[in-house]
Design a protein around this ligand. Structure first.
Ligand code: AMP
Length: 615
């Protein structure tokens, strides 16, 4: 495939900000791309030559690109820099200058996608003596053969500035549109005017022209058609969650269709999107979702670490799939020493601890290790981590994501040799008893963790999904019932509502109310969805006693239940305390009068309890 064809696509993608148009252009392009060119094309439209999880970088300084333009165009570097300073875009400068001298090298070979891709990849392989000259040659060779806009896009790609706006959603949809036209045609309409594939409507979202009756009839959307289309998108997404490379996914889709997508396999060394957790407010709620009995595990306050091993090679990835193997030589060693087997993928949480006290420290204290490039050994000694293994995705060539969690857990218990403050299996109990979970929760907090994760015993591992297979449960504190004593009118689209509320508890033994914070989350914008701003505004309006600017004081009549993360000492409020991240749970005015709300004594008790748990 000629590089000029890809450049034409870049031009189309650059010409619009509309998602559907971009998807359309990309899908049309993919349709005509040969199987062998798909992976390079998909990477190049993202402005890369390796998938995002691969840490290899082009490593080309701006100055080297200037020099390469100099070699390719014969124009002095100083003049190039001057032009660059004027326009601010070295890609455009390259295009103009190289166009200018075109006559001289008319005979230059036409660039192909493969040639550009190969030269750019070679850039990443060069290090050491003479590598700068060799890099210069590789870039100059491309620029010398470049015609028209090709030089612009080559330059931008090398500088990491190719921003044609093709995010994950567009790539996924374009793969569906390109390779599953039957499913797509039933859902989308082909516009007769601009030829875009667009959603059903009177007018085309892209060009605004009316969509013809015939076009719409050809694509009469039904629930079944929508379902079929969504299933295709899901399959593409699932294949992507396993490979993290749309190039691999697109190639599979083209060559083997939907069945091929289903067969996409886990590869050791290639990161997989991790399974995510939902949040539960109460133990009861968590158990309802994951079922009884459930696995309850400590929720460590560290960072996710996906550990891959194939024989002697180890890869470590963060939750965002950044390769951090180099930053954690200690973890690499623990895996080699304390985990049986030489071919696996483990999911874990690495948590920092104080080397003197051996106590866990919050994530912020060790976060710098993730970005660290130098003095790695020293940092590892000063900021050690313990790896808490909680899942396994693959073992000795077998994909385990479809196995029930219970089985996966049994396996990690066999494989990991528990070695405190190095690598251990996460602390866990299996129970269906709320009381037992509450006790375990307190223990987890006392051991310096954030709370618990509750997991469904027979669940598979679903990469990339936030499904109800594991729930985090962090709440320490019982909710408080507090009175609203003042409120503020909102801003913007909330201007018609009293949208934040000052809360107060009762003084001990007096009727006096003591302010303890301000809350504005937990309420809904629409009544159908639960207690709404509008409803609370209606309740408060007749109670207003004073209004200054946006602030209104109200007679204390409305009692609400409030959840929060923590109670802090605070000079801001009369009570001497403030609630961290308060959230309205419900209106309790019908059940509770002002005499029934929580007192400052309750607040003090909860504050002490919380301190004890943290200690
Ligand atoms: P959050 O980041 O608050 O959504 O909580 C979910 C995160 O908790 C996961 O992504 C993990 O990084 C972390 N975590 C800590 N301990 C565990 C555990 N035992 N099981 C699963 N995830 C855990």
């Amino acid at each position: 495939m000629k590089y000029s064809e890809l450049v034409e696509l870049y031009g189309q993608l650059d010409s619009t900000t509309k998602r559907l148009e971009k998807t359309y252009y990309l899908s049309e392009f993919l349709k005509k791309t040969a199987a062998d060119d798909i992976e390079p094309v998909i990477l190049l439209v993202q402005g890369r030559v390796f998938p995002s999880y691969d840490e290899r970088e082009l490593g080309v300084a701006n100055q080297l690109v200037v020099k390469a333009i100099n070699v390719a165009s014969g124009i002095a570097s100083a003049a190039i820099e001057k032009e660059w300073a004027k326009t601010g875009d070295l890609g455009n400068v390259a295009e103009q200058l190289i166009k200018g001298k075109r006559q001289a090298t008319l005979a230059a070979a036409e660039l192909t996608v493969k040639k550009v891709f190969d030269n750019l990849r070679k850039l990443t392989e060069l290090t050491g003596q003479g590598s700068v000259d060799r890099k210069l040659q590789l870039i100059a060779e491309l620029l010398s053969s470049a015609k028209g806009a090709e030089a612009r896009y080559i330059t931008r790609t090398i500088l990491g500035q190719l921003r044609v706006g093709t995010g994950a959603g567009i790539l996924r949809d374009a793969i569906a549109w390109a390779y599953f036209p039957k499913a797509v045609e039933k859902v989308f309409v082909k516009c007769g005017s601009c030829h875009s594939t667009v959603p059903q409507a009177d007018n085309c979202v892209e060009c605004g022209k009316e969509l013809s009756k015939e076009a719409k009839a050809a694509a009469a959307e039904t629930e079944a058609a929508r379902e079929e289309y969504n299933q295709i998108l899901d399959k593409i997404q699932q294949a992507y969650d396993l490979t993290n490379d749309f190039g691999v996914v697109a190639r599979k889709a083209k060559t083997e269709g939907a069945a091929g997508l289903e067969k996409v396999e886990i590869r050791i060394g290639t990161p997989i999107k991790v399974m995510l957790a939902l949040k539960a407010e109460t133990v009861e709620e968590a158990l309802e979702t994951v079922g009884r009995p459930a696995q309850c595990e400590y929720k460590y306050d560290g960072f996710r670490l996906e550990c891959h091993r194939s024989k002697d090679k180890v890869w470590l990835y963060t939750r965002r799939l950044e390769n951090v193997t180099h930053q954690f030589p200690d973890v690499v060693e623990y895996l080699r020493k304390y985990v049986k087997g030489d071919n696996y993928i483990l999911d874990s949480e690495a948590v920092g601890y104080d080397p003197k006290t051996q106590k866990y420290v919050p994530f912020q204290n060790i976060s710098q290790r993730i970005k660290r490039k130098y003095d790695i050994g020293k940092t590892a000694r000063e900021l050690p981590v313990e790896v808490n293994v909680f899942d396994i995705l693959s073992y000795e060539g077998k994909n385990l994501t479809g196995e029930p969690f219970r089985k996966r857990r049994e396996l990690i218990e066999k494989l990991v040799k528990d070695t405190e403050r190095k690598i251990v299996v996460s602390k866990a109990i299996v129970t269906g008893s709320e009381a037992e979970i509450e006790r375990f929760f307190k223990k987890a907090k006392a051991d310096g963790t954030e709370g618990l994760m509750l997991k469904k015993l027979d669940a598979p591992y679903q990469p990339g999904a936030r499904v109800g297979y594991m729930l985090k449960f962090k709440k320490v504190m019982e909710n408080l019932d507090l009175a609203i004593v003042a409120a503020e009118w909102g801003e913007g689209k909330r201007a018609k509502w009293l949208s934040s509320y000052y809360l107060a508890c009762r003084d001990h033994g007096h009727d006096k109310l003591l302010e303890i914070g301000k809350v504005s989350t937990g309420l809904k914008e629409k009544r159908e969805e639960g207690l709404s701003f509008d409803e609370v505004t209606e309740l408060l309006k007749p109670l207003v006693v004073e209004e200054t600017g946006r602030l209104v004081k109200v007679k204390p009549k409305i009692v609400i239940e409030v959840a929060y993360e923590e109670i802090q000492k605070s000079p801001t409020y009369e009570s001497g305390y403030a609630l961290r991240f308060p959230r309205v749970i419900r209106n309790r005015t019908d059940e509770k009068g002002i005499g029934d709300i929580n007192t400052i004594k309750d607040v003090e008790r909860l504050y002490r309890q919380q301190k004890k748990m943290k200690a």
